[in-house]
Structures are given as C-alpha cells and as structure tokens.
Ligand binder design. Structure first.
Ligand SMILES: NC(=O)c1ccc[n+]([C@@H]2O[C@H](COP(=O)([O-])OP(=O)(O)OC[C@H]3O[C@@H](n4cnc5c(N)ncnc54)[C@H](O)[C@@H]3O)[C@@H](O)[C@H]2O)c1
Length: 386
C-alpha cells in the first residue's frame, strides 16, 4: 500500500498538554495503529520531530515514545521542507511568535488555544496564515467530549422545546504549591507570563457555546484573585497577578441566558469536574465531560419548600442517562486526525486560526467587562481579505 509521510514539528511537547494529549494520546497513538487510511486507498503515516528548550527532557520523551528525532533548534527544524506541519503547545505567551515564524517558513499550522494573548495578535496570525495560503487549525477539544456530543444530539433532536438557560459549574482546587504538589503550572497565575483563568478557559467557552447552543452576543464577567500568594515549581513564593476565578454571564443569539462559573479555587460536589445544565420548556439536561442525563416535562416533580421535614423527593432519581450509542475516541486525537486529513486530502476542517481568534476576543471582552463592571456586546469578527 502506498504511504504518505507527514512530518510534524511538535513544539512544547514536554508540557502537560503536549505530552499527554498531543503526543501520547494523539500522534503516538496514530503511529502505533499504523497511521490513517486515506480516501484514495493510501496510508498516512506520521513522523514527528520533538522541539523544546531542555535537551534532557526531550531525549527522555523521545526514548519513552520511541521517536528518533528531537532538537532544541526551532529555526533549523522549520528549515526542513520535509516537515510540513508545525504544532505548538508552548505556554500561551510564546505561541504567536513561534507560529508566525512557522507560517513564514510555509508550514501548515495546528496549535493549542488560546492562539495569542490579545485579539490583535490572534487576528494577525489568522491573517498571516490566510495570506501565506497555509492550512491552519486550533485545538477545540471540548466539542468532542462525549458529554457535549450528547448535549448537541439532544438539541438536534428537538428534546428541549424552547431553550431558556444554560448554566455551568467548572473547576476544582488548584493547590497553592507550598504543602502539596502543584496540579497546574505556576505561570497560569501570573498575567505577565500569559496566565489567567479567563484567557485559559474563555476560548473554550466561546467555541463550545457558539457551536453547541447559539453564538454569544454579550458578556458580563467578574474576576477575582482569591489566592494572592502561591509557590512555583521550584518552591519559590510568588504573588498571583492573574485571576483564579471568573463569574460570567453570556447572552446568546437565540435568547438563551448562560451563567458560567469557572474556578480553580473550588471543591466540586458533583459527578464530574464540569457540569453544564441546559433548561428548556419541554426538558432539561445536565452534561459532564462524559455523561449526560435528562428530565422531561412529564417527569418533572413538584417540590414544596418545607425545611421542617426531611426532603421527600430524590431529585437525582428523576433523571435518565443518555446512552453512548457510539464509540467516543480521545477528543484531541479526533481533531488531529481531521487536521491531518485536511492537510493531505483537503478534507474539511472549520476550526482555523480565525475561529481561534474568536476565543481570544471573548477573553479580552470578559476581562474588560470585569474591569469596567458592565455588560459588553461581542461584535461580529470578519476575516481580513487575504
Ligand atoms: N485544550 C486544552 O484543554 C488545554 C488545557 C490546558 C492547557 N492548554 C493550553 O496549552 C498550552 C500549554 O499548557 P500546559 O498546561 O501544557 O503548560 P505547561 O507549562 O505544562 O507546558 C508548557 C510548554 O511550553 C514550553 N515553554 C516554551 N517556552 C516557555 C517559557 N518561556 N516558559 C515556560 N514554558 C515554556 C515548556 O517547556 C513546556 O513544554 C497553553 O497555551 C494552555 O492554554 C490547553
């Protein structure tokens, strides 16, 4: 069988997302299954080269995943015409410069979100990629979570009647770093290093809400730095300069009101670390990362406020599980496979750098809303002519 080799320059793969989601569960998994079948009968095989700053870490990673090629020299890697895709999972602050370089070198781009730390930089990247005619994509993994796919299935079936409201509780406790190991990198809590929960999470909420429910038309947000001092990876104490919680509301084009609480300073008492509840006139659904439950109009109980007796209603018992009805693959891998097919056989891929810029736009406006203590409309973005 004819093979098509695709060389992928993978930068930032020593990090949390880079190693687990993009290298191990996507590219290595695709390689280990022997590649992807293409529509014309050929087989696409991936050939990654790992790029980073620390040779020892890269060497270890390459050994662990049986990868021949690694380098600390990004420019040299970009000079190799045999590697046609540049992937970036570096810290957010580093992304725009490296992606611009890769576009200038004629590489197709696939990268993590947020694509940049400001809307202007994010739009500039989208514009550069269009002008250079390179294919480009941004990670929008939450769209491929089983829970979100089930929620979308329910919407498409007409289950909800008229949609009314959407509420999300998302987050968990991120340890301060003094007496327990950090469970998120310390740069996340320093705005000068590209950190901040809004820049990190609002890009996800933008594509998720826009694509699953309805486009976001206005945002109201209040951010807080609840924990003012934290300890970094080397045990050094530092001042938190970026928010660790955001209390947001969105108005959607279809009239739905969304309330989204995003927090790294909360202890979940729910089934999953994130839960999204959508209420409609004919039914409600509550989705997590994997599961989704529904309650229909006809199964809705009639509670009465009476704290003088034990609660007679088991609210959870009145909900039914939405069945899987399909196999769910890793959300990152699904998008990688689609992007690889987009590059090699021009298969459709709609989550490009321009769509990625919309996420940065929402983050920018949410931070402005918090600063100015007011609702802000989200203007429609239109791509610059190439
Ligand atoms: N899609 C998602 O669900 C998701 C989840 C978490 C993070 N992210 C995004 O992925 C990116 C990486 O996040 P992470 O949590 O893996 O971070 P991380 O700190 O674990 O990894 C960062 C990577 O960037 C490299 N790097 C290059 N220059 C650096 C510098 N000057 N300072 C620090 N690191 C530098 C590091 O060596 C490492 O490989 C971020 O942009 C983040 O927003 C996406």
């Amino acid at each position: 069988m004819d093979q098509v080799r695709v060389g992928i320059i993978m930068n930032g793969v020593t990090g949390r997302m880079g190693t687990r989601q993009h290298l191990e569960r996507s590219i290595v998994a695709i390689r280990d299954q022997g590649g992807l079948d293409l529509a014309d009968g050929r087989r696409l095989v991936v050939d990654p080269i790992l790029v980073g700053r620390n040779p020892a870490k890269l060497e270890n990673l390459a050994k662990r995943y049986r990868i021949d090629r690694w380098t600390t020299d990004l420019d040299q890697a970009l000079d190799n015409p045999a590697d046609e895709i540049y992937f970036d999972a570096q810290t957010t602050k580093e992304r725009a410069v490296a992606v611009s370089k890769a576009i200038a070198a004629g590489k197709h781009i696939f990268c993590e979100k947020p694509t940049a730390t400001s809307l202007a930089d994010a739009l500039e990247l989208a514009h550069l990629a269009r002008s250079a005619g390179v294919k480009n994509g941004v990670v929008q993994d939450k769209l491929f979570l089983p829970g979100m796919m089930k929620l979308k299935r329910l919407i498409d079936s007409g289950f909800f009647g008229t949609l009314l409201s959407f509420r999300m509780n998302f987050g968990y406790w991120v340890f301060e770093g003094d007496w327990q190991t950090l469970n998120r990198p310390s740069w996340n809590y320093r705005s000068e290093d590209g950190g901040g929960l809004v820049l990190d999470m609002y890009p996800h909420w933008r594509y998720l809400v826009d694509n699953v429910v309805s486009p976001i038309t206005s945002v109201l947000c209040h951010t807080e730095i609840h924990i003012p001092r934290r300890w970094d990876e080397s045990g050094q104490e530092y001042r938190s300069t970026a928010e660790d919680a955001a209390y947001g509301m969105f108005k959607l084009a279809n009239g739905v009101i969304a309330q989204f609480t995003t927090s790294w300073v909360t202890r979940p008492y729910r089934d999953e670390i994130g839960e999204w509840q959508l209420d409609g006139t004919h039914g409600s659904a509550i989705a997590g990362l994997r599961d989704c439950k529904t309650q229909e109009r006809v199964n809705t109980p009639m509670p009465v406020w009476n704290p003088d007796i034990p609660n007679p209603l088991d609210f959870r018992a009145g909900w039914s599980e939405v069945p899987d009805n399909q196999e769910f693959a890793n959300a990152f891998r699904i998008q990688w496979e689609m992007f690889l097919r987009h590059v090699v056989e021009d298969a459709p891929f709609s989550w490009d750098l321009f769509e990625g810029a919309k996420g940065v736009q929402l983050a920018d406006l949410a931070l402005l809303s918090s600063q100015e203590r007011r609702w802000i409309d989200v203007p429609e973005l239109t791509p610059d002519p190439a």
